[in-house]
Write a protein that binds this ligand. Structure first.
Ligand code: BTN
Length: 284
């Protein structure tokens, strides 16, 4: 592996140097760790101390990386881009539902620009490559209420960049992947990191200034979920047709009886394309 693409350490420093060479507010400052419990924890702490919007935290390794619903996020040394950003949106919590989807749109664009693999988004926050999970977004807000803006939000983005299959726990190997596995060669993490900061700045700026409409279109265009028969596991288990997402970032699920459910949180599993087994197999 070359210095640019791999080595077991120094991911965070390489991202720091690449980001410094690019204009923009995101990644200023950029705090880099060799090892940290979770970049989200570090960013939450910095934000509570007054860190400005755009502050980024990157680490080579996370000891307690976390995903949605309190799940562990496997974050081995040098294998990925583990990054968290401090955001200070002036929008009330009820308008911030789409924020993780905004992050996913940005990450998909950054991956497409720099890693030359096709990345799709899967509701609510997954980044898929070749149908397997290669990354995810975790947004965490502090303070605020439905009608009041939060004190701050941290957007955590994890991308499996140069992980080998052996780096993944056995139980994830049939569902997870990395960009380098998909590309067949190492992927330059520094360029990806700098592109990610620029794309989040673009997408977040668009969201806060003009709303979710254009980003919603972008999300749908890059989606692996919409137009598919799915099972959603949340408060209950529902099977239906993933019709679209609404302006709050909720999944609109068309049920077999014709009703539409707008789902704010849950896990989606996709029926296999062409399985032809479900209630919507014909003619849709
Ligand atoms: C998910 O798919 O459940 C979200 C995963 C988010 C993982 C990232 S890695 C950087 C940041 N720090 C964390 O502890 N989690 C997020």
């Amino acid at each position: 592996m070359t210095e640019e693409t791999g080595g077991s350490a120094g991911t965070a420093i390489r991202v720091l140097l690449a980001a410094a060479a690019h204009p923009g507010k995101f990644g200023r400052p950029l705090v880099s760790f060799g090892c940290v419990s979770s970049t989200n924890d570090a960013a939450l702490e910095l934000a509570a101390q007054g860190a400005p919007e755009g502050t980024a935290v990157v680490a080579d390794q996370q000891q307690r990386g976390r995903g949605r619903m309190g799940r562990e996020w496997v974050s081995p040394l040098g294998g990925g881009l583990w990054c968290s950003l401090v955001l200070r949106p002036a929008l009330p919590l009820r308008e911030l539902g789409p924020l993780a989807l905004v992050g996913a749109v940005a990450a998909r664009a950054a991956i497409g620009r720099t890693a030359h693999v096709t990345c799709k988004v899967k509701w609510p926050n997954d980044l898929l490559v070749g149908g397997r999970k290669a990354g995810g977004i975790l947004t965490e807000a502090s303070g605020g209420s439905l009608l009041c803006p939060p004190d701050f939000v941290v957007m955590g983005i994890g991308i499996n960049v140069n992980l080998g299959i052996a780096d993944l726990p056995p139980e994830l190997r049939d569902r997870a992947t990395s960009l380098s596995i998909a590309a067949g060669s190492p992927v330059p993490v520094a360029g990806l990191g700098a592109a990610l900061l620029a794309e989040v700045e673009r997408a977040y700026g668009q969201f806060t200034e003009t709303g979710f409409a254009a980003l919603r279109e972008e999300w749908i265009a890059g989606s692996e979920t919409i137009g598919r028969e799915v099972t959603v596991t949340g408060a209950s288990i529902l099977r239906g047709w993933a019709e679209t997402i609404d302006m709050q970032g909720r999944l609109v699920l068309r049920l077999p009886d014709g009703r539409a459910e707008h789902i704010a949180a849950g896990d989606v599993s996709l029926a296999h394309a062409g399985s032809g087994s479900g209630p919507f197999a014909a003619g849709r």
